[in-house]
Design a protein around this ligand. Structure first.
Ligand code: SF4
Length: 428
């Protein structure tokens, strides 16, 4: 760690954060980063000199323990404590609520991006870039100058271009991350193993509209190599991959093994600043039911803990018909049973499931949900998280409807015998 002081700027290079992701009720940072403190803000930069976090220090900042985070796809997210730590944790399984700067499916939290203090943070960052630029032409140590030049080169326009570059090199924008990526603070390296999905359900707002199509091995290895150069110095701050897009499980054992083994080796996860590599992917009812045991045996032997998130949506025939999801209740039941079986048999794999949640779905939706998640289980199981995804059609629901949905969610959560949380859809 190197520390420097220039008037009211204090700069630390190579600051060490936690080496393990953990759920704590105070601001925590991971891996290695650089920090610039002014009287009003703490700015943190990744090892490529790109802004990653901004936290206000003054009276006007909404809460001293809240912060802004920029994703590698250049979205800003405001991490809020909500109205109380316990209610945020009960709803999403985390102590902080990620408030997104783009439309999503959230039924909790306000819009901090409307707050003047939060908006001022972006202006303060741009002013800081000018100050840092001036500093680079003064008499300072070479290692500091090198890093500050990286910071000044990572101005807002350059970061926008970097986001396009990321999507170009993997061949697509990621409209949705699995909810389980919350376990690594949503910091995953995306590698697309297959495009499209099997069903193209009418209700879905994240679908590509394409049929399922696996990528070739050549394409996958090309992505991994280009991603290594893209993440560059900051690669050492990652230990998790997301295999995209909507049904990577359907890509089969050979392609999944190929992608994960190469990613682990080429990204050098063994030398990561973070411990415990993790792998995330989506699957469908069909791909879960049709996958052979050999696939799960292979995933269980990888140097990753794997999270497979399955979109089941509903166990009620009337609801599936309304959603125009072309699967049957019998398939949902079979996929649910397979999920429980895999979670019991494979220590390093957790299969989780999504169901929809709305105020205007047919009456049988919630009762059939509880038939699976309560009546079929003899006790509470800590593995096999269920995510309820709020279905927000035509814009945000009014405050009263949201409150009623949250009340209903709490009722269902208490009855469910699996960990049950709300799914906040995040993109990358
Ligand atoms: S819900 Fe899943 S399977 Fe259906 S369209 Fe969306 S991504 Fe495809």
């Amino acid at each position: 760690m190197e520390s420097y002081q220039f008037d009211n700027l204090s700069i630390i290079l190579n600051k060490e954060g936690s080496r393990e992701f953990s759920k704590v009720s105070y601001p925590i940072r991971y891996g290695r980063f650089a920090e610039v403190k002014t009287p009003d803000y703490i700015f943190q930069f990744n090892l490529n000199g790109e802004i990653k976090h901004i936290q206000g220090r003054g009276q006007s900042w909404p809460h001293p323990a809240e912060w802004l985070k920029r994703t590698v796809a250049n979205d800003w997210i405001y991490f809020s404590v909500g109205s109380s730590y316990s209610s945020v944790y009960g709803f999403i399984g985390e102590y902080y609520l990620p408030c997104l700067s783009y439309p999503s499916n959230s039924i909790i939290g306000g819009n901090p991006f409307d707050d003047n203090a939060v908006r001022s943070a972006f202006t303060a960052w741009q002013k800081l870039l000018l100050k840092i630029k001036a500093l680079t032409s003064s008499f300072i140590p070479q290692s500091l100058r090198d890093f500050l030049i990286l910071v000044t080169e990572s101005h807002p326009k350059a970061l926008r271009l970097r986001s396009h570059e990321l999507h170009n090199l993997i061949g697509g924008r990621l409209t949705v991350l699995p909810p389980d990526t919350r376990h690594v603070d949503y910091d995953v390296i995306p590698v697309i193993v297959a495009d499209g999905c099997l069903y193209n359900c009418q209700f879905c707002r994240v679908k590509s509209g394409q049929g399922f199509a696996p990528r070739t091995k050549k394409n996958i290895i090309g992505q991994i190599k280009k991603l290594k150069s893209f993440y560059a110095r900051d690669l050492s701050n990652y230990n998790a991959i997301f295999l995209g897009q909507h049904d990577a499980l359907c890509a089969g054992t050979e392609l999944l093994e190929f992608a994960t083994k190469n990613a682990y080796e080429i990204f050098e996860f063994e030398r990561s600043n973070l411990r415990g590599a993790k792998l995330f992917l989506f699957g469908s009812a069909d791909s879960l039911i049709n996958s052979q045991d050999a696939l799960f045996e292979s995933l269980n032997c990888l140097p990753f803990s794997a999270y497979i998130n399955i979109g089941l949506e509903s166990a009620d025939p009337a609801t599936l018909a309304v959603l125009k999801k072309p699967i049957t209740v019998e398939m949902v039941g079979e996929a649910f049973a397979r999920m429980l079986d895999i979670n019991r048999r494979y220590e390093k794999i957790e299969v989780t499931a999504n169901f929809l949640f709305a105020d205007d779905l047919p009456r049988g939706h919630l009762s059939s949900f509880l038939e699976l998640t309560r009546n079929r289980l003899n006790r509470f199981y800590s593995k096999g998280t269920i995510y309820l995804s709020p279905l927000i059609n035509g814009g945000a629901k009014d405050v009263e409807t949201k409150r009623e949905m949250l009340r209903k969610f709490n009722e269902v959560k208490i009855l469910s015998r699996l960990p049950t949380f709300i799914y906040l859809i995040q993109r990358l």
